[in-house]
Design a protein around this ligand. Structure first.
Ligand code: DI6
Ligand code: FE
Length: 402
């Protein structure tokens, strides 16, 4: 049994009901193998632990390792030309309807094999790891054939074996209607989305089922058909909802007990109420809001008031959020959405873990949780939200099961 202590740290445990950030000055953590067994003030460290091997961090800040709970990390090509077109006046929706947008990344992704997709995704993954990320969610959704969706999910799983990081996958074949099914979205669902889900499930490639509920993608009725199949397979669901307009996607997701509803710029009061009731996490994506120069911010005050857990994520993707920095995302969530730095940090730790259904395992520093801790060269946790383009990570501590 590997026992050790971590001392000389200022602990932002991010535990609820422990005051701001769950802060413990002059803190210490005791670990056994891959589990935290004790956390508190160093002076209270139980006697049995005082003889254990100790690693001292000179007063640095410790937080739970970060969780990026919404990414499209695996894709081919890039969309810099589309970025230029938007700057020349075209809107995201116009580009999508003209066959650009998501569908253009689909061609670039279909052209790559699994090895090439791994090579394309690794630099983005490494950038996130360098900022203390230890869990990442990765979606499919740029393949849109059964084989290409499976290829994306296999790539995601493989990335999880190449680095010390937990990869959680979401099946997102209902991301866009591919050109070969133009105006035949229902046939696409029947012939690709549903059988692909069965195949991916069979191969152990799916942790959750996602969709894009929007005028340029799938209707709530169509998403309900996908969610029915997820339910019959025992898979949790989540949804890109209310990003560009309000189709009551969050209500639909909540009615299936969704883990999360994501984006939510156009969420209304009824949607907030439905999410409150189902315990669905609101995943806010300031990178997409910023990139698309969206004017309407998600209803943060209403979510806060209703007690809906708020997570934030990079949404790393080649179109609406070419962002591979979770630290910058924290800053954007505070500046653009007015999340407090404490809410923003909870959004990439405790609540992001909840959005993935992993809140019993990770997301706070507390007995029973896994040893996934980030040590930072800062004094106060608010510095993580306040700085821009600065990475103060000192150490990402991830104890693998031995
Ligand atoms: N909403 C988004 O912001 C991403 N997917 C989605 O459903 C964008 C994906 C892309 O533009 O490639
Ligand atoms: Fe997304």
């Amino acid at each position: 049994m590997a026992r050790k202590t971590i001392t000389g740290i200022r602990l932002a445990t991010m535990e609820l009901n422990m005051g701001p950030y769950g802060l413990v000055d002059r803190g210490a953590v005791a670990v056994e193998d891959d589990r935290i067994v004790w956390a508190g003030q160093e002076k209270d460290l139980p006697a049995e632990w005082r003889k254990a091997e100790a690693e001292d961090f000179d007063g640095r800040l410790a937080t739970p390792a970060l969780v990026d709970c919404h990414t499209h990390l695996v894709f081919g090509g890039n969309r810099a030309r589309e970025f230029e077109m938007r700057l020349e006046g075209a809107s995201y929706e116009e580009i999508a309807r003209a066959g650009g947008g998501i569908v253009s990344t689909v061609s670039a992704t279909r052209d790559l094999d699994e090895n090439q997709l791994v090579q394309a995704a690794l630099p983005r993954l490494d950038a996130l790891i360098a900022e203390g990320v230890a869990t990442i969610e990765i979606k499919s959704g740029y393949g849109l054939t059964i084989e290409d969706e499976l290829k994306m999910l296999r790539t995601a799983r493989r990335l999880g074996t190449m680095r010390q990081i937990r990869v959680v996958t979401s099946y997102l074949a209902a991301h866009a209607v591919p050109a070969e099914y133009k105006s035949h979205a229902d046939a696409y669902i029947d012939e690709v989305v549903l059988p692909g889900l069965e195949a991916a499930r069979e191969e152990g490639l799916v942790d959750a089922v996602d969709g894009f509920c929007e005028g340029i993608a799938f209707s709530p009725e169509q998403m309900a058909r996908v969610f029915d199949r997820a339910r019959s397979l025992g898979l949790p669901v989540k949804l890109h909802a209310e990003q560009l307009s309000n189709l009551d996607g969050a209500k639909l997701a909540a009615s299936y007990g969704a883990l999360s509803a994501d984006h939510l710029e156009y969420l209304d009061e009824e949607g907030v109420a439905a999410m409150t009731k189902s315990g669905t996490v609101a995943v806010l994506l300031p990178g997409a809001f910023y990139t698309l120069r969206e004017k309407q911010a998600p209803p943060v005050a209403a979510l806060r008031e209703a007690g809906v857990p708020i997570a934030i994520a990079t949404d790393c993707n080649p179109g609406s959020s070419p962002l591979a920095s979770l630290l910058l995302t924290i800053n954007m969530a505070s500046t653009l959405f007015r999340l407090t730095p404490e809410e923003a940090l909870a959004g990439v730790t405790r609540n992001a873990a909840r959005a993935l259904g992993l809140h019993r395992e990770i997301g706070t520093i507390a007995p029973g949780k896994r040893v996934e801790i980030a040590i930072w060269d800062v004094e106060h946790p608010a510095e993580l939200a306040y700085r821009i383009g600065f990475n103060p990570l000192h150490r990402r501590m991830v104890e693998a099961v031995s």
